[in-house]
Write a protein that binds this ligand. Sequence first.
Ligand SMILES: Cc1cc2nc3c(=O)[nH]c(=O)nc-3n(C[C@H](O)[C@H](O)[C@H](O)COP(=O)(O)OP(=O)(O)OC[C@H]3O[C@@H](n4cnc5c(N)ncnc54)[C@H](O)[C@@H]3O)c2cc1C
Length: 412
Amino acid sequence: MSTLDITEQPDLSKRPATPNGKPHVLIVGAGLAGLMLALLLEKADIPYQIFERAAKIRPLGSALSLGANILPVFEQLGLLEEIERISLPVYEQKLYDGNMKNIGSMTMREYKEFTGYDTFIFARPRLYEVMFDRVPAEKVFMNRKVLALEQNHLGVMIRCNDGSQYHGDILIGADGAYSSVRQALYKKMLAKNVLPKSDNESLAPSFVTTVGVTDPVDPEKYPALRESTVNFSQVIGGQLMSWGTLTIPDNRICWGASLQLTSETESKEQQFRNSEWGPESIESSLALFRDCRVPIGGTLGDLMDATPKDLISKVYLEEKLFETWHYGRTALAGDACHKMLLSAGQGAVNAMQDAVVLANVIYDLESTTQEAIEAAFLDYRTQRYPHAKYQYINSKLVSKLMTGQVKRYFLS
Ligand SMILES: Cc1cc2nc3c(=O)[nH]c(=O)nc-3n(C[C@H](O)[C@H](O)[C@H](O)COP(=O)(O)OP(=O)(O)OC[C@H]3O[C@@H](n4cnc5c(N)ncnc54)[C@H](O)[C@@H]3O)c2cc1C
C-alpha cells in the first residue's frame, strides 16, 4: 500500500466537540480488533468513528475459536448467547497422517471446569456479523481507505482515498497485517531516526493457506455433523502439506489447507502472491489439495465443491511481532502490531484483547493532552506486549505441530 504524505499543515485542533472532555477516537479498520474497540467505546460512551476500506463486508474466512481468555468480554457486552447460538463447543482435536491413521490428539475437555467457559468454534463471518450489526451505522464509514495521517500536540488527522479528512484526539490503526497506519507512522519515525531496526524489516511468509466454509451438506454423507460438539481433525499429509476440517452448526464444515513455504514451493507460488485475504488465485491451491482424503469422509475436493467459489479465500501467512505499538497520538492494535500464524484464531483473540486494554486506558484518561495519551498508550503496550509475545511463540508452536514440523509435542 502506498502512503501519501500530507504536505500542508492542517489545523489539527479541528476535532469534533466531545462531551465532558472525552477524547474523540478515530479507528482505522473494521476487522475484529476495530469492531471490538468500537463496541467497548460505545458501551463506555466515548465518541469514535470507524473507517473501513471495503465497500461492503465480504463473508470470508473459516473457523475461529473463542475461549475463556476473551468470552467474559462478550458476556459483559451481552453477546455470549449469540456466540453460543452460532457455534459448537470443542473438546478434542484429532491428528491424522496422510493415510487417515490417528496419530494423536489434544483434549480441551477440562477447560470449562477450570475456567467456567467452554471453547467455541464458529465460522469467522458469523462472528463478524454479530459484532458489525451492533455498531451504530452512523459511526461506520465504509469505502474509506485511509491513505495518510498527520498528528501533533493538538490532535490527529487522517485522509481517505476519496479525499475526505477526519480529525480526532486519538488514532487507532486496527487495519490488519499490512496496516497503512503502521506504514505511515513508521515512515515518520524512520525519518526522525527513532524506529527500531527490526520494525523496518518486512514480514516473511511461512505458509500459504486456503480456507472456506461449505454450504449445508448432507449428514448422511458426513455423520459427524450429528454430534453436538465440534469434530475437529487435522491431517499432516507430508510433502509440506497439511489440511483440516471442523464441523459447525447448520450442517456446515469449515476447512483449510496449508502448504509450507520453502525455497522450492515459494518460487512456484510467488507468481500468484497476493498478501490479503481474498478469493483471487485460488485455483493452484484447489488443484493441489483436491484429492486429499479427510477423516470426516470423502476428499477435500468434495468440500471445495460444496463451498461457493467466491467465498474461498487464500492468504500467505506471515508472522511478526513489532516492537513499536504507539507513537504520539497513534496506537496500533491486532495484526497491525503482531501477526500470528493461523491456529483457529489466536490472531483474532489477541486482536480483541488489545481492544479491551486500549478501551480501558482510553476510559481512564483524565485529559486529552498528548502527554496523557502517550502515557496511556505506554500502559497499553506494557500490559499487552508480554502476552502477545507469549501467544506469538505459542501460535508458532501449534502451527508447527499442526503441519507436522514438531512430532512429539502434545501427541498422545
Ligand atoms: C477477510 C478475512 C478473512 C480471515 N479469515 C481468517 C480465518 O479463516 N482464520 C483465521 O484464523 N484468521 C482469519 N483472518 C484473520 C483474522 O481475522 C485476524 O488475524 C484477526 O482477527 C486480527 O484482526 P485485525 O482486526 O487485527 O485485522 P483484520 O481482520 O485483517 O482486519 C483489518 C481490517 O482493516 C481494513 N483495512 C486495511 N487497510 C485499511 C485502510 N488503509 N483503510 C481502512 N481500512 C483498512 C481491512 O479491510 C480489514 O477489514 C481473516 C482476516 C480477514 C480480513
